[in-house]
Design a protein around this ligand. Structure first.
Ligand code: AMP
Length: 217
């Protein structure tokens, strides 16, 4: 099953993708996670991406497309993958289409998780991420047992630099323009399914599973 999860930052793409990855045993590929890991490890990619990400911009399409192309070629994607945070532009969507064609693969669905703007701002600015294992918490909805400490690995919880309020507004604006174009792109190809999602994590996950049962053979 080859899936794309679309939605504005904070819509819960990562959370749902992780759950789907566990359930269907296919990798969750998040371009944001790949860039954050490169920044942490101070690689060449990390050095290029850091400034862009900190200011809420987008990493150039060519760089991002190459990363995804190499990643989905790996054997663990033979039974499928879940792309989270990619594509983010029409140019990336077209590049993905070409990549899949070259690999004789087909996209099954583009799931759009649709959340209201007020809810997104609350979710993003109150989100905390484990600096060690990447686990995600929320100060209101899913607080850690001990303040500032990851329940899973004991790592330090941090606020992503791009989750700060000023950057969040910039990210939402930029992402919204691109997202609307992507929605049209996948609508035209009859791949788009929308999940309304101000609800809780498990409720949304159940809705997504119903959609997969109905639409993915
Ligand atoms: P995310 O974790 O998906 O919100 O991504 C965090 C940041 O990484 C974004 O704000 C962008 O700066 C960068 N990024 C992630 N995915 C992409 C992409 N597909 N194209 C360009 N930049 C990206």
């Amino acid at each position: 099953m080859n899936l794309i999860i679309l939605g504005l930052p904070g819509a819960g793409k990562g959370t749902q993708a992780k759950k789907l990855s566990n359930k269907y045993s296919i990798p969750h590929i998040s371009t944001g996670d790949i860039f954050r890991s490169a920044i942490k490890n101070e690689t060449e990619l990390g050095k290029k991406a850091k400034q862009i990400i900190d200011s809420g911009g987008l990493v150039p399409d060519e760089i991002t497309n190459d990363i995804v192309k190499e990643r989905i070629k790996l054997d663990d994607c033979n039974n499928g993958f879940i792309l989270d945070g990619y594509p983010r532009t029409i140019y990336q969507a077209e590049a993905l289409e070409t990549m899949l064609e070259e690999m004789n693969k087909e996209l099954d669905l583009a799931l759009y998780i649709n959340v209201s703007r007020d809810e997104l701002i609350k979710r993003l600015t109150h989100r905390r991420t484990c600096s060690n294992c990447g686990a995600i918490y929320h100060l209101d909805y899913k607080p850690p047992k001990k303040e500032g400490i990851c329940d899973k690995c004991g790592g330090k919880l941090i606020q992503r630099s791009d989750d700060k309020e000023k950057v969040v507004n910039e990210r939402l604006k930029l992402n919204k323009e691109n997202l609307m174009k992507l929605i049209e792109f996948y609508k035209k190809r009859s791949k788009l399914i929308t999940v309304k999602s101000d609800a809780g994590i498990n409720e949304v996950f159940d809705k997504i599973n119903d959609i997969i049962k109905e639409h993915v053979k």
